[in-house]
Design a protein around this ligand. Structure first.
Ligand code: AVJ
Length: 326
């Protein structure tokens, strides 16, 4: 009686979008590459490794909070319970809630939204051990996937949306309020959003989290260039680039770059372009924003949500904030 039903919705996402994004980013000054392209098959696995590093506490802190507060998080859910996770990654986080819903015998549908096929496979595998839970996968961007998931609901079903792992941390303040507003627009009164956010902490801790001594984060970041080589027939010489991070105290974010170690020209055949890099020139790849608890609550409020509750892991400082549509 193991009926794991897996449905899928797959959008039209082609290599040409990737090629255009890469060429647009590299032809800007300062040069940049979109953060989301870190997560190909290898990048997703490298990110899973990062989550296990002692210098990267986000995943463990969030897990502690989810285990402690899961009843408060799911008690409100309708029957059948519907959970939508945007950026589900390995499925590790949602499975903490799934485990509880399953042991309570609550019929549950879980929608996994991720742009990474590998992530959806990992997530489906992780949730596969709960026979009563229906899994629906959406290989899509966050809002696109959310819309597809919400479109399957009956009018009397409320939903709990998860946006965890400090994934929102890759967005600037303005972008994140706009994003949360877009989430709010897709939802109905009584629907909830659980937001996981990393909090401000001492600068040395932040730098170690994004530039670990084992070099796993460096590999994760440089893999973006390796991916462009693989998929867009480019000739980045990975040995001529290094991973670099800086703390931007003004914007309260860790910024990650790949830095050219010498003057060089790189050609991206699949994107029809060549770019010249100066010695020491940095290509921006990611910003990871850090918040105070109050900032997190106000992001949600500005987007139209009411704050239901907020839980904090105060050793490595991480927050889970539960919002509701009123
Ligand atoms: C998945 C966006 C939360 O910014 O902490 C980890 C990604 N980058 N190490 C983060 C990441 C480098 C991560 N998020």
């Amino acid at each position: 009686m193991t009926d794991i039903s897996i449905m899928e919705s797959i959008p039209i996402q082609t290599d040409t979008v990737f090629a255009r994004d890469v060429s647009d980013g590299l032809n800007r000054e300062p040069k940049q590459l979109p953060t989301k392209y870190h997560y190909d098959a290898l990048g997703s696995q490298l990110f899973e490794a990062i989550c296990k590093l002692p210098w990267y506490p986000i995943t463990r802190s969030e897990r502690i909070l989810l285990l402690k507060e899961r009843d408060a998080i799911i008690n409100h859910a309708s029957s059948p319970a519907v959970v939508i996770e945007m950026g589900s990654g390995s499925g590790e986080k949602v499975s903490i809630l799934a485990d509880r819903l399953n042991s309570m015998g609550r019929p549950t549908t879980i929608h996994l939204v991720d742009i990474s096929k590998t992530a959806l496979e990992l997530g489906t595998h992780k949730l596969g051990r709960y026979p009563a839970i229906e899994i629906v996968r959406h290989e899509m961007s966050y809002i696109e996937g959310l819309r597809a998931a919400v479109g399957t609901l009956r009018s009397d079903q409320s939903v709990t949306v998860l946006f965890l792992g400090s994934n929102i941390g890759n967005m600037s303040a303005e972008t994140s309020v706009q994003f949360l507003h877009d989430v709010h627009t897709e939802l109905r009164t009584g629907d909830r959003l659980l937001l996981g956010t990393d909090l401000l902490k001492p600068e040395p801790d932040l730098l170690a989290a994004y530039d670990d001594p084992l070099g796993v984060t460096a590999a994760f970041n440089l893999n973006l260039l390796a991916r462009i080589n693989r998929e867009l027939d480019a000739d980045f010489d990975l040995r001529q680039f290094v991973h670099r991070v800086t703390w931007n105290s003004q914007n309260s974010c860790v910024e990650s770059y790949v830095v050219s170690q010498r003057e060089q020209t790189v050609c991206i055949t699949g994107a029809d372009c060549c770019v010249r890099l100066a010695k020491g020139e940095a290509i921006w790849t990611e910003s990871s924003f850090k918040y105070t608890r109050e900032q997190v609550r106000s992001l949600g409020s500005l987007a139209g949500f009411r704050v239901v509750d907020q839980w904090v892991e105060s050793v490595s400082t991480f927050a889970l904030t539960l919002f509701e549509v009123t």
